[in-house]
Design a protein around this ligand. Structure first.
Ligand SMILES: [Zn+2]
Length: 431
């Protein structure tokens, strides 16, 4: 008995529709006609089957701050808006409700894995678990006190107990998240590394996001952020570095040699005016690159289709070279490369791969005529064209309808927090 059977989907490299059989979370057979019985069957006539997306850097609960301080640069946005609001509002309830809104959005736009860094991650874990979406979750570790912890030791302790609770979960995995070189002392960064090594988990941090960060790091430590992390031993294959916008030739070689992973967040980097990461150069050098949206309050959404399209066009446009990056590379970066960075064999529609999949409805004027499905996925499709989403063999959305998240609850919670946050802000101007 199969768990899921997808009938008559169009697949890349196949001239006619195919059936795809899924058992225990994996693709077990792809053939012209599979007759075997299945617990659930999805009819996919007229739709294309692609791998789902891996959003490798976000702060999902920040969906509740979406649109606030919309036109500020990073330092002002953090200091004048985000840290003020977080000081007032962040609680397990806030994190849980924000995560539910974010998870609903992520599923609807075809994402089945997100890497999160925030506070009260137990609340995100419960939402992700119920929704059936994969997530790599980590408590942000900082030097300064917040509602979550008073000292770096206390943050690390919270991170340690979270790791122990979620270490062997089928969908979730804990991660150690020192926030950045400008919010963590060398001591805190080293202790974060020790914790990750002891527990055998991934490290996830922000690095080289703005020129200002690089200059301040050089002034303080005599090294750039990447060199600084390397000198503390933090660069390695199990380290995911969000942003990496500002790097020298030497630093790029260092990243390549150590196997550290770059998580490119083009839209957040543009919106916060941080710059454009030289990501096609990273790819050419053989650096492991994946893609993330960053939090929904600096993007301002979790749409990986949009992110992928923007990534390619930015590289072409800033280099004035149409070959700087192509649609196939973009799709690989947004899918298989992300999953691979955290040891998950997904991101391809092939037998033996995890069944993390989307069905794209191409019966729409903006997707017709359909000559090149990959180019049209990257350059023409909207996330609203995603009809069905499967994570580890489980259907999370079918024919546009969420199966594991209550959309009415999502909208109700958004309204509840809008009222609370607006009444706190009063007449304060955020832009
Ligand atoms: Zn971030």
């Amino acid at each position: 008995m199969l768990d899921l059977l997808i009938k008559s989907a169009r697949l890349l490299g196949e001239s006619a529709p195919r059936d795809v059989a899924i058992k225990e979370g994996r693709i077990v057979e792809i053939a012209e006609c599979i007759e075997q019985e299945a617990r659930h069957t999805v009819r996919a006539e007229g739709k294309w089957l692609f791998p789902s997306f891996a959003n490798m850097h976000t702060h999902i609960s920040m969906s509740l701050f979406r649109g606030l301080g919309a036109d500020l640069p990073l330092a002002d946005w953090l200091q004048k808006v985000i840290w003020v609001l977080e000081g007032e509002f962040v609680s397990p309830e806030f994190v849980r409700d924000g995560a539910l809104i974010g998870v609903a959005e992520a599923i609807r736009s075809g994402t089945t894995l997100f890497m999160d860094m925030y506070f009260f991650e137990e609340a995100v874990a419960r939402v992700a678990e119920q929704a059936g979406i994969r997530a790599g979750l980590g408590f942000g570790i900082l030097d300064f006190p917040t509602k979550v912890a008073k000292s770096p030791e206390e943050y690390l302790q919270r991170a340690r107990s979270f790791i122990q609770e979620y270490k062997n979960h089928p969908l979730l995995f804990p991660v150690v998240c020192p926030h950045a070189v400008y919010t963590c002392s060398p001591q805190t960064l080293k202790k974060s590394l020790e914790l990750a090594l002891q527990e055998g988990v991934y490290l996830h941090t922000h690095i080289a996001e703005t020129q200002q960060e690089v200059e301040a790091c050089v002034e303080k430590f005599g090294k750039s952020p990447v060199e600084h992390l390397h000198s503390l031993g933090l660069l390695g294959e199990k380290t995911l570095m969000a942003h990496v916008v500002w790097t020298t030739e030497e630093e790029r070689e260092l990243i390549k040699e150590t196997g550290a992973v770059v998580v490119h967040c083009p839209e957040s980097n543009l919106k916060l005016a941080s710059g454009v990461a030289p990501v096609s150069d990273y790819v050419r050098r053989g650096i492991h690159v994946c893609l993330g949206t960053d939090g929904p309050a600096s993007n301002d959404n979790l749409d990986m289709l949009e992110e992928m399209s923007l990534m390619v066009k930015l590289q072409k446009g800033t280099q004035r070279d149409a070959k700087a990056m192509d649609a196939r590379t973009a799709l690989h970066i947004a899918t298989e490369s992300g999953f691979k960075a955290v040891g998950i064999k997904a991101g391809k529609v092939e037998v033996g791969y995890e069944a993390d999949l989307i069905l794209l409805d191409v019966q729409k004027p903006h997707l017709q005529p359909l000559y090149d499905p990959v180019a049209q996925l990257v350059y023409s499709a909207h996330s609203s064209d995603i009809d069905t989403v499967v994570c580890k063999g489980k259907v999370l959305m079918e024919k546009g309808e969420l199966k594991t998240v209550d959309l009415q609850e999502v909208l109700f919670l958004a309204k509840k927090w809008k009222d609370r946050i607006e009444s706190f802000l009063g007449s304060k101007i955020l832009n």
